[in-house]
Design a protein around this ligand. Structure first.
Ligand code: PLP
Length: 379
């Protein structure tokens, strides 16, 4: 059987990985500044993480959600404490799209309304509801769009207000820093006004922290830069350091009832062990402060690069915008400089999502490689 060919592949076959390094089948080492769409939070093959996952695998890896699962309770306790949301409730699933799908569904049940407000260039995933809230229609035509979505420009609070006034909106879903869209951000006053308007019009404020969360921005959650308190926060990606796990954190005023949400694999023992391992390492190694510090270092170094238009992002969710499309640049970085990077809907933006363990050494290597490629390109 052939693979269903739906995305282009680089001609590199990773077989080993440790820290910020990925090694291919020919023994070539690559600096991994992308972590397979931002999932590598504590570095590849972290020894403590491996130990935790292995130990769990030898005990029990999975049993259905019809029985007590102490691992989920431990994860909820630790995640609540580290993120500052101890009074929230955790529902676990397997991916970012699934997290958003559950968030939107819950908002609809809670408000008894169904229209959703999302923002231009948003990316919330590829299941039906999450896709509907993703403004990338060319590749994401929703098949089963039960929830109608209205896309508005970021930072245009008057448009948000006039849509809410129609009285049929169940939720506003927004990324604190747009990932796939290209690292644009709402202002603090925009986020604060969104919160006020959601309260005024009885809509649920969903912060999609699938990419920006778990310390990546230099705070546990990127929305914490804006002093707001969302009703639902969706999480995934870095949560399991590559082990598939996602979830939603739900404010106490949204009450659970049996049958409201459900899952087969969500929150299984092995996934929880991986997620607990990640949180332990984030805490012990002070990785959130590291992300903040190394992000600031990146901004100072990247400003020395020739021909860049803009440096974007926060913490270790970063990008450099050029006045040309970056697909060739990315190919040169991977094949000539042996560095993995990412792209965006904005084709002129080169993105990086390094492990939160990255240091100045990795940033220096990246800047030097970019300089090499850019200088050669000009010559
Ligand atoms: N939300 C955001 C902000 C994302 O960046 C992504 C994936 O890139 C998703 C949701 C979807 O996550 P997943 O691919 O795990 O379904």
């Amino acid at each position: 059987m052939k693979l269903f060919d739906v995305y282009p592949l680089y001609d590199v076959e990773p077989v080993n990985a440790y820290g910020c390094i990925v090694e291919d089948k020919d023994g070539i080492e690559y600096l991994d500044l992308y972590g397979g769409h931002g999932v590598i939070s504590i570095g590849h093959s972290h020894p403590y993480y491996i130990k935790k996952v292995k130990e769990q695998l030898e005990k029990i890896s999975f049993y259905s959600n019809a029985v007590q699962n102490n691992m989920q309770l431990q994860l909820a306790e630790k995640l609540g404490r580290l993120s500052g949301y101890e009074d929230y409730q955790l529902f676990l699933c397997n991916s970012g799209a699934e997290a958003n799908e559950n968030a939107l569904k819950l908002a609809s049940f809670y408000t008894d309304k169904s229209r959703v407000i999302a923002f231009d260039n948003a990316f919330h995933g590829r299941t039906s509801a999450a896709v509907a809230a993703t403004d990338n229609k060319k590749i994401n035509a929703p098949l089963n769009q039960q929830q109608q979505v209205t896309f508005l420009p970021l930072n245009d609070i008057n448009s948000v207000k006039s849509e809410l006034q129609k009285g049929d909106v169940c939720a506003i879903i927004i990324e604190p820093i747009q990932g796939v869209g290209g690292l644009d951000q709402g202002t603090s006053s925009f986020f604060k006004e969104l919160e006020v308007l959601c309260h005024e019009f009885g809509a649920v404020l969903i912060l999609d922290e699938v990419q920006s969360g778990y310390g990546r921005s230099g705070k546990f959650f990127a929305h914490q830069y804006h002093g707001i308190t969302p009703d639902i926060i969706s999480i995934a990606k870095g949560m399991g350091n590559g082990f598939p796990i996602g979830g939603i954190m739900i404010a106490p005023h949204i009450k659970p009832s049996y049958g409201l949400l459900g899952t087969t694999f969500g929150g299984n023992h092995l996934a929880c062990a991986a997620a607990l391992g990640v949180l332990d390492v984030i805490e012990k190694e002070d990785l959130i402060n590291n992300a903040e510090k190394i992000g600031t270092y990146f901004f100072s170094k990247a400003s020395e690069l020739p021909g860049i238009k803009k440096i974007k992002g926060k913490g270790l969710m970063l990008g450099v915008e050029f006045d040309f499309e970056v697909s060739d640049l990315r190919k040169k970085l991977i094949y000539e400089q042996h560095i993995f990077t990412g792209g965006a809907m904005n084709k002129k933006l080169l993105r990086i999502l390094p492990p939160l363990t990255a240091g100045t050494k990795e940033i220096d290597q990246f800047i030097k490689a970019l300089q090499n490629v850019l200088v050669l390109e000009k010559a």
